[in-house]
Ligand binder design. Structure first.
Ligand code: ADP
Ligand code: SR1
Ligand code: MG
Length: 419
């Protein structure tokens, strides 16, 4: 049965995308020449959308369009188109705080649920680079900086009640993607969802063991409650290594369609989890020429780099740019400096603890749930993949059930090395 779409919507192909871009004078000028001169390629490798890269004689653009279904599942899993609206709304909301760290935004076409933005080139997806054994000296610090800036500016520390209420009213409607996260991240992996999959039969016993672990399930459910109820800031909502494009000298965070008002630790934990999963996956990508030990060490070392960059920037923004209604500057004077500093440390410790738990949840979902990570998936031999996934998911369980063991980013590094 054809999917129901609003009047005027059609999904693009290589020809219609050119005709559409030709109708946008600024974009036509940016590309130069005529549509016949433009080279178009569809490169979408994500779970949800179409992504076209268009090169003209003078310049290039990227067009991302929502499909009326989950691309990775096909038409049997319908999905409203409005995620494109929330993606562009997020870019606009954080633009002034994270300049240079996202793709430049050019145009949004509401009827076609399409965003036209800067084509990032020669950037590649960070996850892919890490799998290929490449290192990016700036990336962990840049993503930490990005997360701190975007989150601080949209929290009750960096924004007023009225500003935050505006974002709340907009992003509260991002319910389709909120539901996807609630289901595929929190509910399905430890439930009996037919959407789940894992490296079978090697991980069959482990999957059964995890699904029978009541303590683990109630803990994940508790974090699910917190995810749904703690609207601390406007968060990206899907801040993994597949949502970052890089060169050795430039970092861009993209794909923010899952943006909602949510817990700060959810974004921080997502990036942490994906670094740690890549660390565990490295031996699966070893070759005769490179055992990947140094690469694995380097990836794991990015965990404290990322966290420290986040915490340092967040604290410095709080010290210099506080203008919100939480911990209001008007309440504190010179005599409160030490107490306020201690309160900031306590606040960041809480964010870290939340991040560790969400990192646990996000790792379990990538190994037992619907949407897996290329880090493990591209290890073709299940006999190699399964033990690496097992190490990763066992550490994730520790993140959730032994939180007192993880007070600092160095604790994560030490525990991962010890597995
Ligand atoms: P989805 O929302 O479906 O996950 P993504 O936003 O992750 O889609 O994009 C899918 C792929 O398209 C990315 O992995 C990347 O290769 C490519 N891509 C997305 N945005 C850009 C961009 N602005 N410039 C260049 N390539 C891009
Ligand atoms: C239905 S697939 C869901 C996942 O794809 C996105 O990339 C997000 O990670 C989401 O959880
Ligand atoms: Mg996406």
């Amino acid at each position: 049965m054809p999917l129901d779409t609003p009047p005027g919507y059609y999904s693009f192909n290589e020809d219609s995308v050119c005709a559409f871009l030709d109708s946008l004078p600024d974009i036509r000028t940016r590309l130069g020449g005529k549509p016949a001169d433009w080279r178009v390629v569809e490169v979408g490798d994500g779970n949800l959308n179409l992504v076209f890269l268009i090169d003209g004689p003078e310049g290039s653009v990227c067009l991302k369009q929502a499909l009326p279904y989950v691309r990775a599942a096909g038409e049997s899993w319908p999905l409203p188109l409005d995620r494109a609206f929330f993606e562009q709304a997020y870019y606009r909301a954080v633009a002034s705080s994270v300049e240079g760290l996202t793709p430049r935004f050019y145009h949004y076409e509401p009827a076609l649920y399409a965003i036209v933005m800067e084509k990032l080139s020669p950037h590649i997806i960070l996850r892919r680079g890490l799998i290929e054994g490449r290192r990016y000296p700036k990336v962990a610090a840049d993503v930490g900086d990005y997360a701190a800036r975007a989150i601080f500016a949209t929290s009750d520390l960096g924004a007023t009640i009225e500003e935050k209420a505006e974002w709340s009213s907009v992003f509260a409607r991002n319910t389709s993607l909120l539901r996807i996260t609630a289901e595929v991240v929190f509910t399905d992996p430890l439930g009996n969802s037919p959407r789940n999959r894992w490296t079978s039969p090697a991980l069959d016993d482990l999957a059964r063991e995890f699904r029978a672990d009541s303590a683990l399930k109630t803990t994940v459910a508790d974090w699910g409650w917190r995810f749904l109820t703690e609207g601390q800031a406007l968060i990206h909502g899907d801040l993994h290594t597949g949502s970052v494009m890089v060169t050795e000298t430039d970092t861009r965070v993209m794909d923010p369609e899952f943006a909602i008002l949510g817990p700060i630790g959810f974004d921080v934990g997502a990036f942490l989890a994906n670094l740690v999963m890549n660390f565990f996956a490295q031996p699966g990508h070893a070759t005769a020429a490179d055992d990947r030990r140094e690469q694995a060490d380097w990836v794991l070392d990015q965990v404290p780099v990322f966290w420290n960059a986040f915490a340092t920037r967040f604290r410095s923004l709080w010290e210099t740019k506080a203008r919100g209604d939480a911990y209001p500057p008007a309440m504190f004077g010179a005599g409160d400096a030490a107490a306020l500093d201690a309160a900031r440390t306590k606040f960041l410790d809480r964010v870290f603890a939340d991040a560790v738990a969400y990192a646990g949840v996000k790792t379990i979902r990538r190994i037992l749930g619907f949407a897996h990570n290329a880090d493990f998936e591209t290890i073709a031999d299940p006999a190699k993949r399964a033990p690496l996934e097992t190490k990763s998911i066992r550490l994730a369980r520790q993140f959730l059930l032994e939180p007192a063991s993880f007070r600092t980013a160095e604790d994560i590094v030490a525990a991962a090395r010890a597995v």
